[in-house]
Design a binder for this molecule. Structure first.
Ligand code: KG4
Ligand code: ZN
Length: 352
């Protein structure tokens, strides 16, 4: 729950922000299972809203509007949210505002830090998206580039899986990378120079690509496993068999994590700062789940200081998916008079 303040520097204040995490449910399967996600959503949604009202010490009658994520995302979960919000808004006689998930991530920056000097270049980097936006006017987001294949968070999750580190991969790789040598494993960086056939309107040279990096980590792990199997006298593994990842020493896993993380963070920041230069940005931000990454946060601040450009990050709590960022984006649309129609529907592939 987010409330308007009269303060231009920090226009919003958070009254409550309840998060029902499904990580323990999906961890068992190594990733998000859509059907389990929507079923748990139905079970959680009433209690979460009641707690959000209680935490904010408020009631339906005191609210000004209801904001809901329309998309993009898993359609089953989106539908539950949209149906609930429509019913709640109609019953309480409140206006309804539809929010794009990535607009929510971008507005988490303003929610945390106050308005960004514009034009701003913002990187939204999560489990499903790696996209660069130019913000020239508040509430207007122009897509500059995106990933051609995996999102950065997805690469973290896949690499963690192949190292046997569990789900979600970002936080654990981030932690293990701290003790590793980030030059131990030579991994490739992908630099795209041509336009994407699927998005010819974008130049393409600011695009991202992470699937080659993930494959390179996989090849490295397989090669090391094969070498280890060969060296081990009386090994129960044949030459072509992959040894379980547990056979890596902790130091070796840390080296792989650190090397992978260095390449991801460098790729993200190089493109972000290229865009900032190209569009003469007065501020630079990173939002989305991967913005919780310690190395990304430290290097963003460092590069920003060196170039004398203010940099913006959400708090750790506002980095990963949360309700307050959706309320913040909703409040901005509400102020601009942009309300959702009565027949609002969820849209799994909603464009920003
Ligand atoms: O924004 P988010 O909560 O959900 C989506 O909209 O996808 O982002 C989740 C993603 C996951 O892929 C997770 O591994 C990643 O954010 N993540 C991190 C860190 N914390 C979460 N990636 C790198 N370092 C972290 N510390
Ligand atoms: Zn997200």
């Amino acid at each position: 729950m987010v409330e308007e303040t009269g303060d231009a520097a920090r226009p919003w204040t958070i009254r409550s922000n309840v998060i029902a995490s499904q990580v323990p449910i999906h961890r068992e399967w190594g990733g998000v299972v859509p059907e389990l996600a929507s079923r748990q959503h139905i079970r959680d949604i009433c209690g979460v809203v009641e707690r959000a009202l209680a935490d904010a010490q408020t009631a339906w009658t005191d609210l000004g509007a209801v904001a809901v994520t329309q998309g993009p995302g898993l359609v089953g979960s989106l539908l539950i949210g949209v149906a609930f919000a429509k019913a709640a808004a109609a019953t309480a006689g409140l206006p309804l505002v539809a929010v794009h998930h990535l607009a929510g991530h971008i507005e988490s920056l303003v929610l945390q830090n106050g308005e960004m000097p514009l034009p701003a270049v913002v990187l939204v980097v999560s489990g499903g998206h790696t996209s660069l936006y130019l913000v020239e006017r508040p509430g207007h987001y122009q897509l500059l580039s995106r990933t051609r294949d995996d999102a950065a968070g997805e690469a973290y999750d896949k690499v963690a899986k192949l190292l046997g580190l569990g789900y979600p991969g970002g936080p654990v790789i981030d932690r293990l990378a701290k003790t590793g040598n980030d030059r131990a494993v030579a991994l490739p960086t992908t630099r795209l120079t041509h336009a994407d056939r699927n998005a010819p309107e974008l130049k393409g040279d600011l695009d991202f690509s992470f699937s080659g990096l993930k494959t390179a980590v996989l090849r490295h792990v397989r090669a090391r496993a094969a070498a280890a199997a060969e060296n081990e006298v009386g090994s129960r593994f044949t030459k072509n068999e992959k040894r379980p990842p547990t056979s890596f020493s902790a130091a070796e896993v840390a080296d792989i994590c650190a090397s992978f993380q260095r390449v991801v963070v460098t790729a993200l920041l190089d493109r972000l700062f290229d865009a900032a230069r190209r569009y003469q940005a007065k501020s630079i931000g990173i939002a989305g789940g991967v913005s919780a990454n310690s190395r990304l946060r430290a290097e963003l601040t460092d590069r920003g200081n060196r170039r004398d450009v203010p940099t913006f990050l959400p708090s750790l709590q506002l980095s990963t998916d949360n309700a307050a960022m959706i309320a913040a984006a909703g409040l901005r649309k509400f102020r601009a008079g942009i309300l959702a129609p009565d027949d609002l529907n969820a849209d799994a592939a909603l464009a920003l």
